[in-house]
Write a protein that binds this ligand. Structure first.
Ligand SMILES: Cc1cc2nc3c(=O)[nH]c(=O)nc-3n(C[C@H](O)[C@H](O)[C@H](O)COP(=O)(O)OP(=O)(O)OC[C@H]3O[C@@H](n4cnc5c(N)ncnc54)[C@H](O)[C@@H]3O)c2cc1C
Length: 445
């Protein structure tokens, strides 16, 4: 059996390692167009902001380890350019040479790329996206060599917010540009307001609610065109969201789904025989709600890769889906979310209501006790927990995992109140913020 895998990061390497673990007799050939495999893109903002000293620290598995210890036939600098599902081959380019590679099973794990709205970044010095390790290197080198004094980050989602903190850490006067008054739609307005306040407190300039229509050369730097105005910065990061790398699949006639991601079933199978997809290039189902989504998150990529690998090796393992559970740090503020937003729940006809509770994250008298905001989205009639968002001290918001577990188990907010959660003053008030939110919700019955 010859297994071909395209893409060597979270999904591709998880699958390759799994196939070789379960079926050492299978040939696993992995084509990666870049020079790295198995790297933590999630760590890039912290490398740029110098919280992580070396880019090498972000690499989980070195190429030699993949080849020698895991038995993967790893080909770096190889780009897959076409798939022929009927002939079961992949065409691959390497240093100007093209080869046609046969497969019995194929996994597409090509990830996602930063959206750039068609802007040719090459024509502007100092304009970057933050997608992979080579971007991280370019940004760090530019900051070290050109010594910019000002930066603008365009896009108020997770990556944009993390980048703002990184640039401030480099001592740059930083502006966050976002086209709406509220930040990314994945944050409820209450959370967006808390984040905006934190940014302002930390000296970040906000340029909100103005349409971004492109870049121009302006003075010694880059002009960001916002309607009638132009904002100048020495360095610009485009953090406009990501789109799946699904072109290869689409050109081969493989079906696409949410946001153009490759449509897969729970076994990671596409609609073409013998072809699987996993990670940021592939779709997923929202657990318990059944809606198809594109969720470009690391745990999902690793799990889908693992499950694709198991199934390629002959098992029959299903992926349970995602809840879009995510957490981020903006300076000393932690923000987390899981499940549906209020608007999503309303659009799905689930008649949601929002409960917002402000509390402390530890006993009031214990050193370091800090304010925390819990927002829970609950079905008005069935009382089911549909979504939750938290903001507070960085460590405190991992409580989101309790809500993710509650949603997965289709729990009502009243059942959440029944949970026996741990208490001691250094960790929480007697009524943990999760229980307190449930207690407030009970009063609304
Ligand atoms: C700055 C940043 C911060 C992030 N932070 C978080 C976080 O805190 N939490 C979280 O959950 N997620 C985070 N993510 C998302 C997370 O990194 C991704 O979900 C994860 O890396 C997806 O893994 P993947 O293997 O599907 O795709 P990728 O990591 O995109 O890897 C795909 C690989 O395929 C290769 N490739 C593509 N096309 C071809 C081709 N034609 N031929 C050969 N090779 C090809 C690429 O070079 C790449 O190495 C972050 C992402 C970024 C960019």
């Amino acid at each position: 059996m010859r297994v071909v895998i395209i893409g060597g990061d979270a999904a591709g390497m998880s699958a390759a390692s799994q196939v070789k673990r379960l079926r050492p007799d299978y040939d696993v050939v992995l084509f990666e167009r870049g020079g790295y495999i198995s790297y933590a893109a999630c760590g890039i903002p912290y490398f740029v902001g110098k919280a992580v000293g070396s880019l090498d620290d972000l690499i989980e598995v070195l190429p030699d380890e993949a080849r020698e210890k895991r038995g993967i036939d790893l080909r770096l600098g190889h780009t897959a350019v076409a798939i022929d599902p009927s002939g079961r081959t992949v065409t691959v380019e390497h240093e100007g040479q093209t080869t046609v590679e046969p497969y019995d099973s194929l996994l597409i794990a090509t990830g996602a790329r930063a959206q750039t709205l068609g802007i040719d970044m090459g024509t502007f010095a100092g304009v970057f996206a933050m997608n992979d390790l080579s971007d991280a290197r370019k940004i760090a080198d530019y900051a070290a060599v050109e010594k910019p004094e000002t930066a603008a980050v365009i896009g108020g989602g997770y990556i944009g917010l993390e980048a703002v903190e990184s640039f401030c850490g480099l001592g740059l006067k930083t502006t966050l540009v976002h086209r709406r008054e509220d930040l990314h739609r994945s944050f409820e307005k209450e959370m967006s307001d808390i984040i905006k306040q934190k940014l302002t407190d930390k000296g970040v300039a906000l340029s909100l609610g103005k349409p971004f229509s492109g870049l121009e050369h302006l003075g010694g730097g880059v002009g960001i065109v916002l309607g009638e105005e132009s904002l100048e910065a020495d360095m610009v990061l485009l953090a406009l969201g990501v789109e799946p790398n699904s072109r290869l699949a689409a050109e081969a006639g493989i079906g696409l789904g949410a946001n153009g991601a490759i449509r897969v079933n729970e076994y990671m199978e596409t609609d073409a025989a013998g072809i699987y997809a996993a990670g940021d290039c592939a779709s997923a189902i929202l657990t318990t709600f059944g809606t198809e989504v594109h969720a470009p998150l690391a745990l999902k990529a690793n799990k889908q890769g693992l499950i694709a690998g198991m199934n390629i090796a002959g098992e029959r393992e299903a992926f349970a889906g995602v809840l879009n559970t995510a957490v981020t740090k903006i300076f000393d503020l932690g923000v987390a979310r899981t499940g549906l937003s209020f608007d999503q729940a309303r659009d799905m006809g689930l008649e949601p209501e929002k409960i917002v509770v402000r509390s402390r994250d530890r006993a009031r008298y214990y050193p370091g006790s800090s304010p925390m905001t819990s927002l829970v989205i609950v079905g008005k009639k069935d009382r089911r927990v549909l979504g939750a968002q938290l903001a507070g001290r960085v460590d405190s918001v991992k409580r989101i995992d309790v809500y993710a577990t509650a949603i997965y188990n289709r729990m009502t907010i009243d059942q959440v109140f029944e949970l026996d959660l741990a208490y001691a003053p250094p960790f929480s008030p007697v009524y943990d913020p999760v229980l307190l939110a449930a207690r407030v919700a009970r009063k609304k019955r």
